[in-house]
Design a protein around this ligand. Structure first.
Ligand SMILES: C[S@@+](CC[C@H](N)C(=O)[O-])C[C@H]1O[C@@H](n2cnc3c(N)ncnc32)[C@H](O)[C@@H]1O
Length: 338
């Protein structure tokens, strides 16, 4: 059944697997407080070993003051595995010995907070400027009617579904347009939720009413209190695991839009630079890169043009950005995690 209007009822935040959503809170870093709050304490040496491992595997930079946060996020894994110390946990993970536990560990470390239509001024820019440009160029035969988008840190699916709603509304298939959204993330637990495409009904208030009515369905029976993506959205979004800091490159290129919002904020400067380089290298010549509002890139004046906050396009003639090393990339808070 289609949602009638904007649903404003607030529900308890419960995710698709039915567990309460309780992101770990940053707490004071005193070891005794960590012990009291989180169970097992961690030595300085083991904390540093885990920080290095997490950085190597994901690019995520945990500042020294994130010790309690790391303990809080991983203690549940130790309990489930029956381990009494972080040393035992590190030994389990070392040398890639336990791929499944490595995946679970990264799932715990990744911060998956996301919203529908996050950074609304970017959607306004798309609707008022970019879509008009696509329509004009297609009418003149200068571009195809096939739109390709990469949502490169898609978390639990709200971002790619927001993009899909925004584009499908303006470029419907019956007018000859087609849309393909590749949505990727490192976290397999986030991707599982994204593929299920079910969210608490309270999230409906993040979606403009006319889009909610057209693209989302209300859950009934055991799914009461939930909403789910309708078939039009499911048909255009496909999900894959992809590590932005890994060795592999996405096979696909020439994306009209690449979204990578609120992910590089967790990386150190060198990693941010590498990742932005990768993303720019996968843009179509007239494509746009969208970062989070607190993430900016500087020193790229010759290569990219900034439009509205955190929206960039390649300058004509700048060539494939991935072929050249780029200068620094900055986020306001490079150590934020949690
Ligand atoms: C805070 S969420 C942002 C979600 C969405 N882009 C938004 O702005 O609402 C950050 C996402 O980045 C993902 N992430 C962190 N490190 C990553 C990596 N190395 N490769 C791919 N995704 C990563 C996390 O799993 C998480 O889902």
């Amino acid at each position: 059944m289609t949602l009638p209007t904007r649903e404003r009822r607030r529900l308890p935040a419960v995710h698709a697997a039915g567990r309460p959503e309780s992101p770990p809170q940053a707490v004071d870093d005193a070891p005794e407080l960590s012990r009291a709050l989180a169970g097992r304490a961690i030595t300085e040496r083991d904390f540093n070993a885990l920080r290095e491992l997490i950085h190597r595997l994901s690019g995520i930079h945990l500042a020294p003051e994130k010790r309690a946060l790391l303990v809080g996020r991983l203690n549940r894994r130790l309990r489930l595995l029956g381990l009494s110390s972080f040393r035992d946990y590190i030994e389990l993970l070392e040398n890639g010995k336990n791929a499944n536990e490595t995946e679970q560990m990264l799932n715990c470390i990744c911060t998956n907070e996301t919203h529908f239509f996050r950074e609304p001024q970017q959607f306004t820019f798309l609707e008022q400027t970019v879509y008009a440009e696509w329509a004009d160029r297609a009418a003149r035969g200068e571009r195809s009617k096939h739109i390709k988008v990469w949502s490169a840190a898609c978390s639990t699916g709200e971002e790619p579904c927001s993009i899909a709603m925004s584009i499908l509304e303006r470029f419907p298939p019956h007018a000859g347009w087609s849309l393909d959204i590749l949505a990727t993330d490192l976290s397999t637990s986030a991707l599982t939720r994204a593929v299920a495409a079910e969210w608490p009904i309270g999230k409906a208030e993040e979606i403009p009413g006319h889009l909610l009515k057209r693209f989302m369905l209300r859950g009934t029976g055991p799914k009461d209190g939930w909403m789910t993506a309708g078939p039009e959205l499911r048909a255009v979004v496909r999900y894959q695991r992809f590590n932005l800091t890994g060795r592999a490159q996405p096979n696909e290129r020439d994306f009209d839009l690449v979204f990578c919002r609120n992910a590089i904020i967790y990386f150190d400067t060198q990693t941010k630079t590498k990742v932005v380089n990768l993303l720019l290298g996968h843009l179509a010549p007239r494509g746009y890169l969208l970062l989070g509002h607190s993430e900016s890139i500087f020193g790229l004046d010759a290569t990219v043009r900034r439009h509205v906050p955190a929206v960039y396009s390649l300058r004509a003639g700048s060539g494939c950005a991935a072929a050249e090393p780029l200068p620094s990339v900055r986020a306001k808070d490079s150590s934020k995690c949690g």
